[in-house]
Write a protein that binds this ligand. Sequence first.
Ligand code: SF4
Length: 352
Amino acid sequence: MTAAVQLSSAARKLRGMSSAIPLNVGIARSAGSGSADADGGKRVLLAEPRGYCAGVDRAVETVEKALEKHGAPIYVRKEIVHNRHVVETLREQGVVFVDETDEVPEGALVVFSAHGVSPAVHESAAARNLRTIDATCPLVTKVHQEAKRFARDDYDILLIGHEGHEEVEGTAGEAPEHVQLVDGPDAVDRVTVRDESKVIWLSQTTLSVDETMETVQRLRQRFPGLQDPPSDDICYATQNRQVAVKAMAPECDLVIVVGSRNSSNSVRLVEVALGAGAKAAYLVDYAREVDPAWLAGVRTVGITSGASVPDILVRGVLDMLAEHGFGEVQPVTTANETLVFALPRELRASRR
Ligand code: SF4
């Protein structure tokens, strides 16, 4: 029996693995290849890639494997990934989500979320003798390493990101004396640095690429010696989903992004769709949140989903749209993703 067969149906649903999305018309076409709406009917453009990224898949599997191995309850600090359905499903399976480690009983097992944690969180867990599994996405860990390295070299680090986001708190916590948060282009004027020849920008992994470049441009106008990060901090998954939505948005009367409101990359997809020419764009967690009034006069609906969204939720939206005459579904494929991350060390033997 393969490990995949052993997955519970809940786990399979969380990953959207239950079946391939049935397409009435499955034409893989490149972006910009012209309208395929030859019969003048209603249609759906389905962005690819969309949904789960490698970091989210790893984080969710980490919690599932920890549950299998250690039994409930498992504690998770913050939402393991920013998706309501994922969190609610795991909660039903015995996961207790907490805001801070001091809510976890002494000696219990706690998983750190995909967004990463600061060294202070590791210290407070150690002080309570907690057993920990760190599900931080390796691409977030990479930004932590950059922050540590440039802090060691005494740089001022301008961290572009959203104030209050867990990832930003974790990264800034690596070097609080050196990191300043820059929350978008309008925050640039408030930045002060000690030495203009030793300034570098880093960023949250889930930002809008275009807005981040605007912020960098304004920072560079103020600090011409500003250094770029050694490699892209906005991760491949965020970038790929934005490219796919940009490709389809100009043809869309409406774009529906499946994702939660606290999911940074999902919210960005709505903004990117509107910026790329979609006439309207909305974020929904579930198909039931799609207002039929949005469909009035609409011929082309674009669908995508954030990096923390299981595909079963996209299927729900497609089914709902099919009931409203949008049965024709055309994939718009701009990249193929194959990246897979190893599970945290403590669980590696149990990967499916
Ligand atoms: S969105 Fe990017 S950084 Fe965040 S978990 Fe996914 S791969 Fe990692």
